[in-house]
Design a protein around this ligand. Structure first.
Ligand code: HEM
Length: 473
């Protein structure tokens, strides 16, 4: 790791240039059009229009996938950047790919790009490193261990939301708030110093990860094109921030083990300092952008649905928010806030596609997927399936208030936090802070905004700042 912490310090082992780790399984050859002819594949558009498809895929991927499902059904195949992709939309396929047959897949397109920013952190790591790190990092995120985080979240949200006035730019405000929460809870860090730098570098990284995720586009990474150079700069800046956080903690000689950074540093005999750096960065990035996006969507849906805004307000009124709740209270006494959250996560899932690569020949929901195929499952598409969700494009939190509804869903029908061994580490953390933020805002303000357009990138982002009028209740 770099010894310095100034912006000009040289970065050792920078993720942007790191090769695929030798510990990972080697990747099978991808499948081109010629080789694909020897397989029995699900239906899909003609391979001759692959370049056109690649363009439409990159232009608006959720729309592209929705169209594929409408035209070809639950499974389809197509070529992007001249490589074979199989998209599977049935809940059964999601269940098999993410749980029952998860070991026949590794993470796919997009994740190698993400590794250029996050290095070998939990989100991007493959086995055997992934499991070793997951075991070390899981305990503090267990819902039984979240009360002290909830107390800190409560303090942060209270302070920040109480300062709101007549108007707020919801998208950057939610980013700053969730970043502050993750920084303070996990790293004991005041994030203000880093907020704008992280936001700027993340914006670039997230755009490039998504826009250049198709096979072959990585060859431009070393080019002089500004678009690709700024990807490298964003990655290096984020890595420097992570290194600075660790160095400051080490210089302080603190023996803290009550936050995640302390826990990781105490385990240095088992985890290298570069891996700690990558985990810090992974948690900062995966731990705030997703939650911020879903909250911005949730409040925007509420602005469009004043009856639900009223119901949230009625629920929030019953809470004494002068003192911190426990995790259990938040989980059990927020039926309306939770239903709003489940519905926003259904319609605007921050992680909206899960790309994988088949590392063996495997049969999924009756479809034979050849080794080397890229495989896509999508929260966005499957969670809008009319077979499981009546009026699927409608914001209707009421469906989650029926106690039998969730139980009646087939496995794999709803998976905003993923599933299997790659399931989100921060699910309960995210749910706790989101419920708290919904309660605080619901108790204090009525919101009104213009419903934002989507800007799907590596996460499902609302476009623009989402200016929102506030009326104090
Ligand atoms: C509403 C907010 C969030 C959503 C919707 C979400 C969603 C997801 C999803 C779908 C995955 C799996 C990706 C895949 O299978 O390819 C994932 C993984 C992960 N998430 Fe989250 N996440 C959220 C918040 C958080 C928070 C708050 C943290 C940390 C504080 C976090 C940390 C992680 C990590 C470390 C992984 C990788 C887990 C592994 O592979 O072992 N996430 N998340």
């Amino acid at each position: 790791m770099s010894q310095g912490n100034s912006a000009g310090a040289a970065l050792d082992n920078r993720p942007f240039d790191a090769p695929r780790p030798a510990e990972y399984q080697p990747l099978p050859d991808q499948i081109n059009k010629r080789r694909a002819k020897s397989f029995e594949l699900p239906p899909g558009p003609n391979a001759a229009i692959s370049d056109y498809l690649t363009f439409t895929f990159l232009f608006d991927t959720p729309k592209f996938l929705m169209k594929m499902k409408k035209k070809y059904g639950a499974a389809c195949s197509f070529f992007l950047a001249r490589k074979l992709f199989v998209a599977m939309f049935s809940p059964q396929a999601v269940y098999e790919i993410t749980i029952a047959k998860q070991h026949q897949f590794v993470k796919g397109v997009g994740f190698a790009r993400m590794r250029k920013v996050l290095g070998e952190g939990l989100l991007t790591n493959e086995e055997p490193i992934h499991l070793q790190h997951r075991r070390m990092m899981q305990p503090p995120f267990h819902h039984q261990n979240l009360d002290s985080y909830v107390a800190l979240m409560h303090q942060i949200v209270k302070e920040r939301v109480n300062k709101w006035n007549e108007q707020v730019d919801l998208a950057p405000e939610m980013m700053a708030l969730t970043l502050e929460i993750v920084a303070q809870c996990l790293f004991g860090l005041d994030s203000n110093k880093y907020t704008s730098q992280i936001a700027h570098s993340m914006e670039i990284a997230i755009d490039r990860i998504e826009r250049t995720m198709l096979p072959g586009l990585d060859r431009f990474d070393t080019s002089r094109l500004k678009y690709f150079q700024s990807f490298r700069e964003a990655s290096d800046d984020l890595v420097r921030i992570s290194e600075e956080i660790i160095e400051n903690r080490m210089k302080s000689n603190s023996e803290r083990t009550d936050d995640l950074l302390g826990i990781l540093l105490a385990m240095r005999s088992q985890i290298s300092i570069n891996h700690i750096r990558d985990e810090v960065l992974t948690l900062i990035l995966s731990g705030h952008e997703t939650t911020a996006n879903v909250l911005t969507w949730a409040f925007s849906y509420l602005s469009k649905n004043p009856d639900w805004q009223q119901r949230l307000q009625d629920e929030a009124k019953n809470w004494d928010l002068s003192k911190a709740p426990t995790y259990e209270e938040l989980e059990q006494k927020t039926p309306i806030a939770s239903a709003i959250l489940w519905e926003a996560l259904r319609l605007a899932p921050p992680v909206w596609v899960a790309p994988r690569i088949a590392i063996e020949d495997v049969e999924v929901d009756g479809v034979k997927i050849p080794k080397g195929a890229h495989v896509l499952v999508s929260q966005y598409v499957t969670q809008r399936d009319e077979q499981n969700f009546e009026n699927p494009n409608e914001f209707n939190p009421q469906r989650w208030l029926d106690p039998n509804f969730e139980k009646s869903l087939p496995k794999g029908a709803y998976f905003p936090f993923g599933a299997g061994s790659r399931k989100c580490l921060g699910e309960y953390f995210a749910l706790a802070e989101s419920r708290l933020i919904l309660l605080f805002v619901g108790q204090l303000f009525k919101l009104q905004n213009q419903f934002p357009k989507a800007q799907p990138r590596a996460t499902y982002r609302p476009k623009g700042k989402v200016p929102t009028k506030l009326v104090r209740i």
